[in-house]
Write a protein that binds this ligand. Structure first.
Ligand SMILES: Cc1cc2nc3c(=O)[nH]c(=O)nc-3n(C[C@H](O)[C@H](O)[C@H](O)COP(=O)(O)OP(=O)(O)OC[C@H]3O[C@@H](n4cnc5c(N)ncnc54)[C@H](O)[C@@H]3O)c2cc1C
Length: 365
């Protein structure tokens, strides 16, 4: 594309949502994605009713996504268990399905999606790519997500640097017994220094994602499969579900998830979105909702003030994130504390309204 108005780096939920908004507003938009094919990113795939509404505003309706309906949240900690109905229907969908749908919508809106383009450096309205090209646009949108980007470090809190968080994912193939066990719930299995989230996706398979501290993985010899085996032995409900796992597909892993990090800083003309703006703990927070909300806010700011609006946008977004991040951090820290997780689960069983309140207060509005 010649002389784009905007270049978006990364075609995950944040980047694709930004490209839809920018192209819809008439901007010549170039969307760069390093992957040649859309993969199934490591993510729980849970979309709340608020995120679904945000996607609908971008023209992505629920039937088009076709995910599994989710109607309740089920918590497990030791021998305790709670179940709370959600106020509205949520959905679980694979990232392959979600990202493909969003990227198609970006192309329909008029954005040009270029795949296999790996941005390696950005600054002063320029994007350097791994194949040696230099692209330029007055406005840049950094949406490279979970992966670090040179020159834009995402420093986790000091205590996390000592014992970083690792993301793991194991697939449980569709099975009638698994469907009976999980049903239409999103399950959260809490344990010492981590948690596992489990939900069924559009094909009926279970998507089991864990956020676990490295020290816990080290205790299992550094092997994710050994850790899952040990957790299955210690936590009967999780063990029952792991009996349906497809171990031959292996366990996906992503290192050093900087939960709780957020920034108010940016460079001139650069809008930082999604996980490049802040990483909300996924036990209570919703990173994809934040990704789409940040894209929406960036496009609105860009429409009002062009590239010059970036610093103000970044500061406002950081302020909007402050309260939901503080609460999501607190819930996450309680949930991964073996001594407190049981109390949290009993409280959730006794006070379902509290669960709904927390779920509302941890969303970035
Ligand atoms: C264990 C775990 C479970 C989670 N579960 C949930 C959940 O259930 N619900 C939820 O809402 N959130 C969840 N999240 C958070 C969610 O996955 C992220 O917040 C969300 O993916 C952020 O979207 P994004 O678009 O910013 O980044 P990403 O989804 O990471 O997308 C970034 C895109 O940019 C591309 N890219 C990266 N680098 C470059 C480059 N240099 N050049 C070009 N392209 C590049 C990547 O290939 C990718 O397509 C979870 C996170 C973890 C760790």
């Amino acid at each position: 594309m010649k002389d784009p108005d905007a270049i978006v780096i990364g075609a995950g939920p944040a980047g694709a949502a930004a490209a839809i908004g920018l192209a819809g507003a008439g901007a010549k938009t170039l969307l760069l994605e390093r992957a040649r094919e859309t993969g199934d990113a490591l993510c729980g795939g849970f979309l709340s009713w608020r995120s679904l509404a945000r996607l609908e505003a971008l023209g992505i309706d629920r039937p088009a996504l076709g995910g599994q309906p989710v109607r309740c949240v089920r918590l497990f900690a030791g021998s305790r268990r709670s179940e709370t109905g959600l106020p509205h229907m949520a959905m679980a969908v694979s990232r392959r399905r979600l990202d493909t749908t969003l990227q198609a919508a970006a192309a329909t809106a008029g954005a040009t999606l270029e795949r296999g383009i790996h941005a390696t450096a950005i600054g002063d309205g320029r994007v350097q790519t791994r194949d040696g090209a230099m692209l330029a646009a007055p406005s840049l949108f950094l949406a490279s997500g979970k992966h670090g980007f040179r020159g834009f470090p995402r420093e986790p809190a000091p205590w996390q640097r000592r014992d970083p968080v690792i993301g793991l994912r194991l697939r449980l193939p569709a099975h009638p017994a698994l469907a009976r066990l999980i049903g239409d719930a999103v399950e959260l299995h809490l344990f010492d220094r981590g948690y596992a989230g489990l939900v069924r996706q559009e094909d009926g398979s279970g998507n089991l994602c864990l956020a676990v501290h490295k020290s816990r993985l080290d205790e299992a010899g550094g092997h994710p499969a050994a850790l899952l085996g040990a957790l299955g032995d210690a936590l009967p409900a999780l063990g029952e579900r792991l009996a349906y796992a497809e171990w031959t597909q292996g366990v996906d892993a992503i290192g050093h998830v900087p939960y709780g990090w957020r920034t108010a800083e940016t460079a001139p003309g650069l809008f930082r979105l999604g996980d490049q703006a802040g990483v909300i703990p996924s036990l209570a927070g919703e990173g994809m909702g934040l990704a789409v909300a940040s894209a929406e806010a960036a496009v609105a700011a860009w429409r009002r003030g062009g590239p010059g609006a970036a610093p103000d946008f970044q500061e406002r977004l950081a302020r909007r994130m402050a309260r939901p991040f503080a609460l999501a951090n607190l819930v996450w820290r309680l949930g991964e504390n073996a001594g407190l997780a049981g109390g949290l689960t009993s409280l959730a069983a006794a006070l379902p309204s509290m669960v709904r309140l927390v779920s509302r207060a941890t969303r970035v509005n």
